[in-house]
Design a protein around this ligand. Structure first.
Ligand SMILES: N[C@@H](CCC(=O)N[C@@H](CS)C(=O)NCC(=O)O)C(=O)O
Length: 209
């Protein structure tokens, strides 16, 4: 049975949503960030980055949220969490998943960990610049969602789980992804999915709205 290591409300949310969508048995290990459990020697043996998520699936130990999502897509094809390989829709799916992890999620780090990038006295400026950059990115995603129920194709995919996860992180920012005209109703629809409600209950998360 796969085991997902997580900190609530973190980058583990997308793979956690996928595990709930798949519906097969899995285990959760919730790490207490305030107690530094993500830096314990036992956890660092699984993920030397000291970050979440990590998935243990048999002999496989894998980190990076998007990589875990793709592993779940590939090992549970019946769940149709991505368009079929080799199709134009699959290429579009990969484009957005990479954009979400490599561009949007990377800039989220500037907002949540400004002290890792710049001296403390300019932290607020770094955060403000991060919000500007992120809102440009969410604007692009908002345009893409015009007239669409899902980010790619006609079914829920891992790209929707990922977009929901990163968009939710804007909920305490001065400008929020949910205030954009197409993203707002889209995020409400994704949040209403039973899989997301089960994730909220298991992680003890506050609602996006
Ligand atoms: N690119 C990584 C980022 C993981 C990451 O930064 N996770 C955060 C939580 S959202 C974390 O573990 N932070 C703990 C820390 O940096 O000390 C992924 O997507 O898995």
């Amino acid at each position: 049975m796969p085991t997902l290591y997580l900190i609530p409300s973190s980058a583990a949310m997308a793979p956690h949503i996928l595990l709930r969508e798949i519906g097969a048995p899995f285990e959760l290990v919730v790490l207490d960030k305030t107690r530094g459990e993500h830096q314990s020697p036992e956890y660092l043996r699984l993920n030397p980055n000291g970050r979440v998520p990590t998935l243990v699936d048999g002999d496989l130990v894998i980190f990076e949220s998007a990589a875990i999502c793709l592993h779940l897509v590939d090992t549970h094809r019946h769940a149709r969490l991505a368009p079929p390989a080799g199709t134009p829709e699959r290429a579009r799916f990969t484009q957005w998943l990479v954009y979400l992890t490599n561009t949007v999620q990377a800039d989220m780090m500037l907002y949540f960990y400004p002290e890792r990038f710049a001296p403390a006295e300019v932290a607020e400026r770094v955060k403000a610049m991060a919000v500007d950059r992120l809102m440009g990115q969410f604007g692009l995603l908002d345009n893409e969602l015009e007239g669409r129920e899902f980010l790619v194709g006609h079914h829920f995919t891992a790209a929707d789980a990922y977009l929901f996860m990163v968009a939710r992180w804007t909920r305490h920012m001065p400008r929020k992804a949910r205030d954009l005209p197409h993203l707002g109703p889209y995020l409400a629809r994704i949040q209403a999915r039973p899989s997301v409600q089960a994730v909220y209950a298991a992680e003890g998360c506050e609602s996006f709205y």
